[in-house]
Design a protein around this ligand. Sequence first.
Ligand code: SAM
Length: 440
Amino acid sequence: MMNADMPALPEAFLARMRAALGEEAFAAFLQSYARPVCRGIRVNTLKISREEFEKISPFVLLPVPWEENGFYLSADKAGRHPYHFAGLYYSQEPSAMSVVPALGVQPGERVLDLCAAPGGKSTQIAAALKGEGILVCNEVVPARARILVQNLERLGVKNAVALNADPRRLAPLFCGYFDKILVDAPCSGEGMFRKNEREALENWSEENVRLCAARQRVILGFAAEMLRPGGRMVYSTCTFALAEDEEQAAAFVREHPDFRLIGMRKLLPHETEGEGHFYAVFERTGDRSGAAGGIPAERSNLSAAAGKAFEKFCAENLRQTPQGTLFCAGEGLYLLPAGCFCLRGLPVLRAGVRAGELRKDRFEPAHALAVSLRASDFLRTVDLRAEAPETEKYLRGETLSCGGENGWCGVLADGYPLGWGKCTGGTLKNHFPKGLRLVK
Ligand code: SAM
């Protein structure tokens, strides 16, 4: 019945599911564990339209019903393809794609993703914002937060601020600030058992379900403080436990009379083509007139020398200077999105696009800048075909030969930027970051 390499499911979990589902549905639920795990990709419409991607896709694509840019995948090679490195898609489990559409994000809104790493739902929100408004992506675990930043960069998200904080620290700073909030909470992960996530299975116990539920209640309480009147909040988990799902949602509205529960959905693997997921949608009563006044906007703090070095780089290598408020932090130079709030005192990991850094008076562009640009933004490009051996060599960090004039070049796969190279005397020095390179 189960996948051969899957550890046995805990007896207490099975007993609870049998009681919750009834005999017939429980039999179908158990049978779903014999089916292969569902995989998917979501096309990143910040970089390519769904239609364009369908034309060039190296994979067979079957649409996911609840996300217009989502597709089921039969193969698991999506993470090694050059289009992945170019940020044309994000590998995301199909059921997980169902949550963000329920948030109803509109361009221009202020959105918080409170438990954001590795960034599947954050990048989905960013696509819905279409580059307008502000997305705050927070992740409390530092190592996971770094992966979140890499994913935001790869997908070319320009209007996000990534924070690394406990929700209790953020609540007083962003009181009533956000139009939309997603709480994709840490949970007992029962919906991921079929994905054979040993960690979820090994950590599972009824006691851990109770601990998760208690932690979620606290996180939801802080999230509620940050939503403006009339705003919408979605709470989601990848577990089946009532205490973390339906009961959690009911307790939240009991404890927060200014919120109403407007809907819930549970995706069960025997009823859906996807793994287990749950979400509840809440709205806060009141209207925009009761919203917080906002936080002052961040101002450019760039020295004249830094501004000059950046302008010189843009004039020599790009068709125009990218938009955004220039902001210096340490040696790094960032392009902040329009209306970015004051960053002082916040545990900021990334704000907007990292443009590069100043080395003495010279500007060295960052990888994030290259993957936030379009091919037409570069003055010089090295145009590779995605399937060409040179593309794999570039992604492995090898030096290539190049015919063009000397200077910084955007290295492209089928016209989509992968990163920087620097052409000198017929040789292309590879600037694809070490930590991101393709390994055998
Ligand atoms: N939203 C992410 C995505 O779609 O890629 C997945 C989020 S995952 C389900 C939950 C996240 O909550 C984890 O990254 C975890 O590190 C974080 N987390 C753990 N404890 C937390 C806490 N006390 N407060 C907030 N977040 C927490």
